[in-house]
Design a protein around this ligand. Structure first.
Ligand SMILES: *Cc1c(COP(=O)(O)O)cnc(C)c1O
Length: 450
């Protein structure tokens, strides 16, 4: 990766970093939905803005961020890089733990980083409306807000089970002018088919993606927007890692371990890719991708060609996948319930550059609670998987007496996720046989990872 210090203005990079330019071997190509032939870029441009279809196949190392997008980023970026000293102290670790705080965007997660350019390119091309899917609602909120900034309509197919768990995210989407449709819905052929088979079908992201694409393809002036998976999403998210590299450098730090949670790979990629570019140039950093044990695409899935949606409408990509018809169990981290993982991240796992780890839901929620108790920060249940991986590394440093620099992505806040923490708090005594109150534990210096 080229030195990028001169390409920053007021703490914000002026170009996204495209890791594809620096890979030792390119990732396998995207294939036609039902033929073993490489996909023509024009086929993507049929249902999404042409600029994004072009970025998907780009090998250009630095992609300039349009001035309109930079101006929108400025309303909340650069985000803070926070040293979690109180968490370090409670873990009695010699490690230095930092988190990049992506939770402070107006909708509350990193997803606004890609929603803004997607809405911008769509408006430039004269689209009237963007259609998308949303699990936990983080992506739907981000896209609805970005669409409102560029005067576009926004329609969100929200996974049924998540819509019930996250009623406030639905309200946020509507406040920003979005139309929310519970998926599976009667508005699409796929939804009607699934509901005819099972009236109480609870949905999955794969189904919601298929419903969005079916809708976008069937309407003139409508485009499809996707919150993760695609190379161009990973590209937009690199603002996270580029800022982090600059912020760490200002502190005289370089990371030993870089960590992100894995839904379909975008917050991990955003933080890690700029550092992976440096590692490919010789720096010995480790990269940990933390996924839920309940939806283990990287640790248990197969690396093969598969569709990104549940209906098989989308082009096939080579990725670690549990199969596109897989319906993951309900977990609180709805944003991590996806059957596959981004082709670029999957490729890096296959090359041995990225280490995947699977974490159980109670272990993740306990880590979220520990961060709240020590740093005061309420993390999204999705982010809690990365927190747990960071804590595990910090505990390893304590055992090995090594002082390493650990950086994780706090991908979002959990202020709309109280159900998850309620469940955690009411089950906690059973999980850990721990009867003392938080304050007693803090006083006694006994706040530990059970
Ligand atoms: C969507 C989401 C994720 C998972 O998606 P990725 O593309 O893997 O980043 C993680 N955290 C939060 C807060 C999310 O909203």
């Amino acid at each position: 990766m080229a030195s990028s210090s001169e390409s920053f203005v007021d703490g914000l990079p002026v170009a996204w970093y495209n890791l594809a330019a620096d890979l030792p071997e390119p990732p396998p190509p995207m294939l036609e939905p039902s033929r073993d032939e490489p996909l023509e870029p024009s086929r993507l441009a049929a249902f999404m803005p042409a600029a994004l279809a072009e970025q998907e196949f780009s090998r250009q190392r630095w992609v300039p961020i349009p001035p309109e997008v930079l101006e929108a980023y400025r309303s909340w970026r650069p985000t803070a890089l926070v040293r979690a000293t109180r968490l370090e102290k409670h873990l009695r670790t010699p490690a230095r733990i930092y988190f990049k705080d992506e939770s402070r965007s107006p909708p509350g997660s990193h997803k606004l980083n890609t929603a803004i350019p997607q809405a911008y390119y769509a408006s430039q091309q004269g689209f009237r409306r963007l259609v998308t899917e949303s699990g936990a609602g983080q992506w739907g909120c981000s896209l609805a807000m970005a669409c409102s900034m560029f005067a576009l309509e926004c329609k969100v197919f929200m996974v049924n089970v998540s819509a019930q768990q996250r009623p406030y995210r639905r309200t946020l989407m509507r406040l920003w002018g979005g139309e929310v449709v519970v998926s599976p819905s009667l508005q699409t052929a796929l939804g009607r088919r699934l509901l005819a088979r099972d009236q109480n079908y609870r949905g999955s992201i794969g189904v919601a993606i298929a419903e969005s694409i079916e809708t976008a393809l069937g309407e003139t002036g409508a485009g499809y927007a996707c919150g993760s998976i695609y190379n161009y999403v990973m590209l937009h998210q690199t603002v996270i890692g580029l800022e982090t590299a600059q912020q760490l450098a200002a502190l005289g730090e370089t990371p030993d371990v870089v960590i992100g949670s894995i839904g379909a790979g975008s917050n991990f990629a955003g933080l890690a890719f700029p550092f992976i570019g440096q590692r490919l140039a010789g720096k010995p950093t480790r990269f940990l991708a933390a996924e839920p044990r309940a939806c283990p695409s990287l640790t248990r899935g197969r690396y093969r060609y598969d569709h990104t949606d549940a209906a098989g409408l989308t082009p096939r990509v080579k990725m670690h996948t549990l199969g596109h018809t897989y319906v993951p169990p309900d977990i609180y981290a709805c944003g991590l319930r996806y059957h596959g993982c981004a082709p670029l991240v999957s490729h890096l796992v296959n090359l041995g550059v990225v280490e995947p780890i699977a974490i159980s839901e109670p272990a993740a929620l306990r880590a979220g609670w520990l961060l709240a108790a020590t740093e005061g920060v309420i993390a999204a249940p999705e982010s809690a998987y990365a927190i747990r991986a960071a804590i595990n590394e910090a505990v390893r440093c304590r055992r090995q007496h090594t002082s390493e620099c650990i950086v994780f992505c706090l991908s979002g806040h959990g202020l709309c996720d109280m159900e998850a923490y309620d469940a955690y708090l009411s089950k906690r005594p059973k999980i850990s046989a721990e009867k003392a109150s938080l304050i007693e534990l803090l006083r006694a210096g006994k706040l530990r990872l059970a």
